[in-house]
Design a protein around this ligand. Sequence first.
Ligand code: PMP
Length: 395
Amino acid sequence: RAVQLYEKVQINTSCMLRPLEAPFRYLFGPGPSNVPPRVLAAGGRPIIGHMHSEMFGIMNDIKKGIQYAFQTSNNMTLAMSGSGHTAMECAVFNIVEPGESVLVAINGIWGERVAEIAERMGAKVHTLVKAPGGHFTNAEIEQALAKHKPVLFFLTHGESSSGLVHPVDGVGDICHKYNCLLLVDSVASLGAAPLLMDQQNIDILYTGSQKALNAPPGTAPISFSERACHKMFNRKTKPVSYLLDMTHLSNYWGNDGKPQRIYHHTGPVSGFFALRESLAILAETGLENSWKHHTEVAEYLWKGLEDLGLKLFIKDKDLRLPSVTTIAIPEGYNWKELLAYIMKHHQIEFTGGLGPSVGMVLRIGLMGYNCNKANAAMALAALEDALKQCRKSKA
Ligand code: PMP
């Protein structure tokens, strides 16, 4: 007779006996966006070992794909095992040592996040702040660099919480004049708006897999310039995170010139398959075509929104992020009701604001695979219907 050696924990598993339910949705928010069948199929391939030679070959391809997408020849280019936040933390943790000064441009949620990440690891954080939708002139940036003498300056290229694409020209040169490294977030803009890592002298650039690249969430490309490598590989203290330590990650990605790759962590094999396929699609399409296409579809959407009597949150067309459009919440409507109506009746996801832009905007994202005029027309029709149905009564 079997002896019961343990006391069973009683868990009701009836939910686990139902099949997985994941309905189809039109993901027309700021991400994740729908994943094309080709990328889904790549992610569904049989797993191989994370240290098999074929996997290293795939990782080398990913590195090339990222170098192309970022327009950089940096050797220190790789994909993080984790979402965009992993790349943010990796950049800050590896570049900055406790007590060093960091300058963060905050004009939406992403600067707020980076300021918090830097503060948590013991950096002296200085901020340049504007309301959502605002941007910083190079003169303002230079003044703050001269005042605070940071080792790192953070700027969001595609501010997805406000729908702004921030000018980057000249910022890298100003940073270098003050012996500061430039860190840029392109999670929401990569592939949708022009960004040239080497030409624009960006020292650390990262993005996410789930926006215009159309891979599933969970991997995040990142690249470091020679200058950034010099700082991060000559630090006095070890970075606070073992998982995100670039000394280990550079070996895992074969970037450190050592003949042997040593186990560090088990990378997301399926996620890397899918990321490789999405980068392949971008390489086939061509960056310039991708930028042009996003702009054309965005302009079509903006015109349609204005024809519906809506006001775009970013007034200056040149500062509008083509991948994520922000609409000022129309008077006489409850934004949550509009979103719920559109989800219920059209299976379309739009979202409200995020962080400081909550209650200010509605956001429509058309990125990569989702970015075409038919989808823009569908989004406009859904919004038109919601505007008819959801007007608040005056009572
Ligand atoms: N930066 C920007 C500009 C983003 O839009 C996002 C995701 N919405 C992130 C960073 C964070 O990425 P993740 O959610 O993949 O961690």
